[in-house]
Every structure is written in structure tokens, then in C-alpha cells.
Design a protein around this ligand. Structure first.
Ligand code: ARG
Length: 564
């Protein structure tokens, strides 16, 4: 982008035009021998009353070239600009070397808070493959925003409130036993829950019992609360193991139950502002003017709902964190819910609702199977991660039997493969996870990028030390070195764009560009054994590639093992 701005300024001066507007006009020439940037003159033809090729021919020799450019050449209606390749190589590599792991970082966030509600597991429910996307996307955004100078606040909005906990208590008391549940945690709770639904189909009175027990939780009954808290502990014990594997920590676990005593004031405010309407005994906010069904605030029996809690949550977050942005990384199935409660906040006059966003994503199925807790169709994320680690270990044993810490590497690569599989496409796309795809070391996968990083490190290890002050940057002007340099130069903008669009896959793609370019560069060029100044230049490029790949992997939540 910097190049384009410099060129636009130079052109703007000659044309008496606003440089900013011109920078949008640039195109990338179809081939390398046509230069690095092409400026089309077609749009100037009308105002200048001249044919585009004449404009190009006249203008080209008059432009004062900015630093880093070697020439401007008119071809047809275009002016093609040629970068001075050696200078370009020097500037990219110097910048990466100086900035190191901060390359691509910025302070544009100025320390402002960004709330990121992600992963948000449900108590006594499985932490399944359907929670993989929210967890991986949210965590990537967490790191990306921090990298851009914001302060990310990671919030796990626990689903720990609702009549299902009354049902859980009934199921546990009827069919559960303490020892099994203690040992098997969530899995046995889930089994009890499935059983409850089967039995309730035959005997509807079970539902009434469930509701009665939930009422006891609400009223703070000792026995009910102690069971409820125990379910919570068991779930968190299981869930934390997964976060440990993924290297994720949250700043807050304030979930739905936390807002129990914070909803009344919101309901009052809605009433005062004349937004609440009673409809068949329920209190609602009418959204028909916005083509949406009503947002239900209180049920006929006075009970609050998911939306009521989310209203209280949003207000609490604004008061507590004064966020610059507040993101909800939640599946697209909930879009209506988010549109509704965002609209209610707007009607309440909360201008800051403009800073809130539902970051939605598509479905993940596992080898074709989708997911349903009630039917007991459960794919636990922990199982997928562990299976991935195991399979990776097998591959490593086969490919590199002599490798030292195989287990640790298998863990980083196995976990990385799973994360990568949901971060390599636009988040809204549905994904079918398959082992062949996720663990293909030659495909566009996490393992491939980690392998490329390890290859960079291996070259650098073999070289020992090298002198960055003495490279011949002209040795980096071949097509594959230049392609790698361009991929490195594109990284900072990719990180920014990822935050702007809340699309971490833009970072994964940038990493993949660098990795494929690196492997081509490595295939085309000899490094060790070349003359000292050439070797230094290529090692410098290797080092830069390694640095940026590692940063990129970190940003999307992957580790970069030194050897693979
Ligand atoms: N626990 C919910 C689920 O698993 C997601 C909660 C998202 N956050 C929120 N504030 N509504 O579907």
C-alpha cells in the first residue's frame, strides 16, 4: 500500500489530482516483465480530451519516480512502474528484521477494549465439534486485536441457567450415581440428559418435576444449588482440559447465571421507555416495524429469557469495559436473536450498539455427521483433538523416526491441524471436517505451514550464523525470491484486514502464501554453498520468512515447532 501511495502522490502532482483517489486506480500487471504496478489512463481520457495511450506516453517520462522505483514505461493506455528489486528486497527484509515478532503489529487500537464473547460453553452439555469454530475464530480474533494494540477481553459466556438444570437434577436423582458422574464428568451428565428426554416422552410429568427443581435453584434452595454447582464444576473440569490443549485462557467466565440479578433494571428501563408491550400475558418488544418477530422479554410466568439476559449482558459489558467493540462469535443459527436484541438496545437509545457485532459462522460437520445432543449424536472436541494428536504421532514415527520430542511435536501439529481446518476459509462457509484433509502434510493445511516453518529453521541451523549487514540484495531479484518478498510485504495489511472484517482466515491465507512462496524459493535457489554475499541474502530471506510464519501461526492459535 505504501508504494501505491508514493506513486499516487507523484502522479497527483502532475495531474493536479487528489492522490488518495488515484491510489485506488492501480492494477497489478498480468506478468512480471510488465512491471509491478500499472496505472490505467482510460478514465483520464474524457477530461484531458486525449486518447489513453497518448496520455500514458506523455505522462510516463514526466513523473518523478519515488524512492525504490527504477522506471516508468508507457504500454498502450497504461503506465507501468518497475520496482527496483534489490532496494525492495532490502527494505522488506530490513523491516522484518527490525520489527521481529512485532512485524505487522500496530498501536491503532490505542489500548481500547474489545470484548470478544466466544466459545461460551454450556454447563452439563458436551463441548463438541460444533463449538470448534467459535473457539478457534474467537481465540484468533483475541490475539489479532491484541496484536493491533487493542486490549482483548475474552469472555466465556457460560450457558449456566435455564430449566434444563432442573431436568438434570431429576435425571441424576432418578438414574445417576455419584461415583460414575464424578469419574466421567460431562459425558455421564449428557447420558442422563438424553435419558431424561427419552423418558419424558413417555411420562410428561417428568418435565413438571424438572421445572419444580429449577424453581428451587432460582429460590436458592441448598440442595438444588449444591447439585447445580457440582454440575458446573464437573463441566469446567472437562472444558479446562480442552482449553489447556488449545492454549486458551479467558478473562471472564461470567455466564448467564451471573446476570440473574441484573435483569430487573433492564426490564424497568424498557417499561419506562414505553417499549414493553403485554401480549397474551408475555412482555415483549414489538419489532414488526423492522420485519422481525417480537423480542420476548418475560414469559407468561414472569420468567426471563436468553434475550433478556443478553440485554443485561450487553449493558454490563459497556459499563464494565467501555468497549470500542463488542463481538459475539456465535453460529449463524442465532442471527435473528442478535438482530433482535441489537435492535432493542438501539430502541432503548444505546448509541454504542453500533460497536457491537455478531460474528457469525457456518456449520462444522464431522466426516459427514452432524451433531445433536438430544439424540446422543455427540462428537467431543477433546476426542477429536486427541485423535488428531495420535494420528499425527503415527505419521511422525513413520516419516521421521529419528526425531527427538515426537510427543510434543505431535501435540502442536495435531491440535494445529484441527484449528487450521476451521480457519482457512471464510467463516460463513460450512465445513466438513475429514482426517485426510486436516492431516495432509502436503495440502493447504496447518501441518504444511508448520513444516515449512521448521524447514526455515533447519536451514538457519545448518548455516550457523550469518551476516545480515553484508548480503547482496541483488541476489533476491529472481521471480521466486520476489514472490516471497511480496508475500512477506503483504502480511501487515492482511492482519489489519482480518480485524476489520473479523475474518481470521485472511491471516491463515497470508501465512499460506508465504509458505508456498518459500517452498518455491527453496526449490529454485541454492542457499548453503553459494558465495558468501549471496548466501547471506538468501539466509536473510529464510529468516524473515520464518519470523513472519511464526507470528502468523501464533495469531491464528497455532504453535510453530522448531523441528519437524
Ligand atoms: N452458549 C450459547 C451456545 O452454545 C452461546 C452463547 C453466546 N453468547 C451470548 N452472549 N449469547 O449456543
Amino acid at each position: 500500500m505504501d508504494d501505491r501511495h508514493a506513486l499516487s502522490a507523484a502522479l497527483g502532482e502532475k495531474l493536479n489530482m487528489e492522490a488518495d483517489a488515484l491510489s485506488e486506480w492501480f492494477e497489478t500487471p498480468p506478468s512480471d516483465d510488465l512491471g509491478d504496478y500499472a496505472f490505467p489512463c482510460f478514465r483520464l481520457a474524457k477530461t484531458m480530451r486525449k486518447a489513453p495511450n497518448l496520455i500514458a506516453a506523455e505522462l510516463a517520462p514526466q513523473i518523478v519516480l519515488p524512492a525504490g522505483f527504477s522506471r516508468a514505461e508507457a504500454v498502450g493506455g497504461y503506465i507501468n512502474f518497475f520496482v527496483n528489486k534489490a532496494d525492495y528486497a532490502k527494505s522488506v527484509l530490513t523491516r522484518v528484521r527490525n520489527e521481529g515478532e512485532r512485524y505487522g503489529a500496530s498501536d491503532e487500537g490505542a489500548g481500547r477494549n474489545v470484548c470478544i464473547d466466544y466459545s461460551s460453553v454450556n454447563i452439563a452439555k458436551p463441548f463438541g465439534i460444533h463449538h470448534l469454530s467459535t473457539t478457534a475464530i474467537g481465540h484468533a480474533l483475541y490475539r489479532i486485536y491484541n496484536f493491533l494494540g487493542y486490549k482483548s477481553i475474552g469472555i466465556n459466556h457460560l450457558g449456566d441457567w435455564g430449566t434444563q438444570f432442573g431436568k438434570m437434577i431429576v435425571a441424576y436423582q432418578k438414574w445417576g450415581d455419584k461415583e460414575t458422574v464424578d469419574r466421567e464428568g460431562v459425558r455421564s451428565l449428557v447420558e442422563l440428559y438424553v435419558r431424561f428426554h427419552q423418558e419424558a416422552e413417555k411420562d410428561a410429568s417428568l418435565n413438571d418435576e424438572g421445572r419444580a427443581w429449577f424453581r428451587k435453584i432460582e429460590l436458592g434452595d441448598k440442595e438444588a444449588l449444591s447439585l447445580f454447582n457440582w454440575f458446573k464444576e464437573l463441566t469446567m473440569r472437562d472444558v479446562m482440559r480442552v482449553y489447556e490443549l488449545l492454549d486458551i485462557r479467558f478473562d471472564s467466565y461470567a455466564g448467564e447465571s451471573f446476570y440473574e440479578d441484573k435483569m430487573l433494571p433492564v426490564v424497568e428501563e424498557l417499561r419506562e421507555k414505553g417499549l414493553l408491550k403485554v401480549d397474551q400475558g408475555a412482555s415483549i418488544v414489538d419489532l414488526s416495524a423492522y420485519d422481525m418477530p417480537p423480542c420476548i422479554i418475560l414469559r407468561t410466568d414472569g420468567a426471563t429469557l436468553y434475550a433478556t439476559r443478553d440485554l443485561a449482558t450487553a449493558i454490563y459489558r459497556k459499563n464494565t469495559y467501555d468497549f470500542a467493540k463488542s463481538l459475539y462469535v456465535v453460529a449463524y443459527q442465532q442471527s435473528l436473536h442478535f438482530r433482535q436484541f441489537f435492535k432493542v438496545l438501539e430502541l432503548m437509545g444505546k448509541a454504542w450498539v453500533k460497536d457491537m457485532e455478531h460474528v457469525s459462522f457456518g456449520m462444522v460437520s464431522f466426516d459427514g455427521a452432524s451433531f445433536s445432543t438430544r439424540q446422543g449424536n455427540v462428537v467431543y472436541l477433546e476426542d477429536v483433538l486427541n485423535a488428531s494428536i495420535e494420528r499425527t504421532l503415527e505419521i511422525i514415527k513413520e516419516k521421521s523416526p529419528e526425531m527427538e520430542n515426537k510427543e510434543a511435536v505431535a501435540r502442536d501439529v495435531g491440535v494445529g491441524a484441527v484449528i487450521w481446518s476451521v480457519l482457512y476459509n471464510s467463516k460463513i462457509k460450512d465445513i466438513n471436517f475429514t482426517w485426510e484433509r486436516a492431516l495432509n502434510f502436503d495440502g493447504e493445511t496447518g501441518p504444511y505451514t508448520q513444516y515449512t516453518y521448521a524447514r526455515c529453521q533447519s536451514v538457519l541451523r545448518k548455516a550457523g550464523t550469518f551476516d545480515f549487514a553484508a548480503p547482496d540484495f541483488a541476489a533476491l531479484t529472481d521471480a521466486s525470491s520476489m514472490a516471497l518478498l511480496r508475500a512477506l510485504a503483504a502480511f501487515p495489511d492482511a492482519v489489519k484486514a482480518a480485524a476489520n472484517k473479523n475474518e481470521p482466515f485472511l491471516v491463515s491465507r497470508a501465512v499460506m502464501e508465504i509458505c508456498s512462496a518459500f517452498n518455491k524459493f527453496y526449490y529454485d535457489n541454492r542457499i548453503l554453498g553459494e558465495a558468501e554475499n549471496v548466501k547471506n541474502a538468501r539466509l536473510a530471506l529464510c529468516e524473515a520468512a520464518g519470523t513472519v510464519i511464526k507470528t502468523g501461526l501464533y495469531l491464528v492459535g497455532l504453535k510453530a515447532p522448531e523441528r519437524m
